[in-house]
Design a protein around this ligand. Structure first.
Ligand code: AMP
Length: 187
């Protein structure tokens, strides 16, 4: 089963994806984590991505498409995976569709984590204090929320047309949200 976790920055994709990956025994593919590791290690990918990430902007598709293709080609992700943090643009969504299609697969479910904007801001600001991510500055947080609305939120319509979108209220206790997600997935 291929599951996409979609939602604004701070909506809980990482937290819920981790729980779900453990419970379903699926690999979670998180482009943000891969990019942060690349930045830490100073690889060519990291050097290309850093500036965009620090500003809260999307790393250009010319850089990301190759990364996604590589991740989907991983044998661990042959029969299923949880996608966290991608696709984030129309071009990325198209690549995911085509690549899964080439393997006789498709995206089975899109879980849209719905969290009010005030709460997203509260969570992201709180995380800034705890984790010290370089893109949790007030300016980068603003940009990330805007970029989500502009570039990523429109993907919802694309998946609604296919009838695979499930809205999940993303406020409230982590466990209750995880249980609701499992109920939706019937697993
Ligand atoms: P995230 O941890 O998913 O919020 O991602 C942190 C940052 O990494 C984003 O603000 C982008 O700069 C970059 N990033 C992560 N995933 C993608 C993606 N699929 N496409 C473009 N940029 C991405």
């Amino acid at each position: 089963m291929f599951v996409l976790l979609l939602g604004a920055p701070g909506s809980g994709k990482g937290t819920q994806g981790k729980i779900l990956a453990e419970r379903l025994g699926l690999r979670k593919i998180t482009t943000g984590d891969i990019l942060r590791a690349a930045v830490r290690e100073g690889t060519p990918l990291g050097r290309q991505a850093k500036k965009y990430m620090d500003d809260g902007k999307l790393v250009p598709d010319s850089v990301i498409l190759g990364l996604i293709k590589e991740e989907l080609a991983n044998p661990d992700a042959k029969d299923g995976a949880i996608f966290d943090g991608f696709p984030r643009t129309a071009a990325q969504a198209e690549l995911v569709d085509t690549t899964l299609g080439e393997h006789g697969q498709r995206l089975n479910r899109v879980l849209l984590l719905d969290v009010p904007e005030e709460e997203l801001l509260r969570r992201l600001t709180g995380r800034a204090a705890q984790e010290g991510r370089s893109d949790d500055t007030p300016a980068a947080i603003q940009t990330r929320l805007q970029v989500y609305q502009r570039d990523t939120a429109p993907l919802v319509a694309h998946y609604v047309e296919r009838g695979i979108v499930h809205r999940v209220p993303g406020s409230g206790p982590v466990d209750a949200i995880a249980t609701e997600i499992q109920r939706i997935l019937g697993r």
